[in-house]
Design a protein around this ligand. Structure first.
Ligand SMILES: [Zn+2]
Length: 279
């Protein structure tokens, strides 16, 4: 994706971005209206309010309004707060649009942007914050409603794809890792994909699967494709999107479906179903 630069005029720096910024992460917002990114940015640049952010993203474009070395006023944590003073702000547009698809697409573009910033600055998804984290405000309201972990998983997926593209021959992600590091990695897979701690035999099994020449992505794929993990993903998706527990028919159907699809695709399917009112 391209990032369109539409930076505010320097005369407005004193209002919109008075301090230099050395970012430690990203703060994600939802606009809580249905306007496009272009309109959102035009409004922000036109007015003389302090409120400002670095990017606005909608279903078709990413527009940058502030330089990444200047702070924005977006996090509600004051003049010295780390949200305002240490993070790059992204507004995801269309969060109250009647057409949920616009928002879903805008979120996908925002996940791409988060991933490329993470790679650029050497961050992980742990460095991506909600506006709520800094000041308690219910923002990004729609992203939180649909599931924050789901959004971070989308970012994670983008990061994996981007790093694969830049390093096509990359193999052997485990090369040079100590046994302790490998163990920690497998334990992490358990928590992420099953919601439980690793049992000793499972831990041993996966430690055996990891050789020096194995790519991390291959292990992660094989791990997350286990039935237990697919089931866990379906249950979470139901809770986040449908706001209820999965019934046994749905659980069985989608668990099977996930053999050939990603969790992000499952969310798309459920969101579409929910929209149709077809549960
Ligand atoms: Zn916000």
């Amino acid at each position: 994706m391209d990032i369109i630069k539409n930076l505010i005029p320097k005369e407005k720096y004193s209002i919109k971005c008075p301090y230099s910024l050395s970012p430690i992460g990203i703060t994600v917002h939802n606009t809580a209206n249905s306007a496009s990114a272009a309109n959102e940015i035009a409004y922000m640049e036109r007015n003389d309010k302090e409120t400002s952010y670095h990017f606005a993203v909608d279903e078709k474009e990413i527009i940058q309004a502030l330089p990444l070395d200047r702070n924005g006023w977006h996090a509600g944590d004051g003049a010295t707060g780390s949200g305002n003073r240490r993070t790059i702000a992204i507004e995801i547009c269309r969060s109250t649009s009647d057409d949920l698809n616009l928002f879903i697409q805008a979120e996908k573009n925002a996940a791409w942007l988060c991933a490329s910033l993470c790679l650029q600055y050497g961050w992980s998804t742990k460095d991506i914050y909600t506006h709520q984290h800094w000041s308690g405000k219910n923002c990004p309201h729609k992203t939180l409603e649909l599931g924050w972990d789901r959004f971070l998983a989308m970012v994670e997926q983008n990061m994996t794809e981007m790093s694969r593209k830049t390093e096509p021959e990359k193999k052997g992600d485990f090369e040079g890792m100590t046994a302790e590091q490998k163990k920690a990695y497998v334990k992490g897979l358990y928590v992420t994909y099953t919601g439980r701690q690793a049992d000793p035999s499972g831990l041993n099994y996966w430690m055996d699967q990891i050789g020096d020449q194995t790519a991390l992505i291959d292990i992660e794929k094989a791990f997350s494709n286990q039935e237990e993990c697919r089931k866990y993903a379906v249950k979470n998706a139901y809770r986040n999107v449908m706001k209820r527990e999965a019934d046994s028919t749905g659980l069985k159907y989608w668990t099977d479906w996930l053999k050939k699809h990603t969790a992000a695709e499952l969310y798309d399917q459920l969101v579409a179903l929910k929209k149709k009112g077809n549960k």
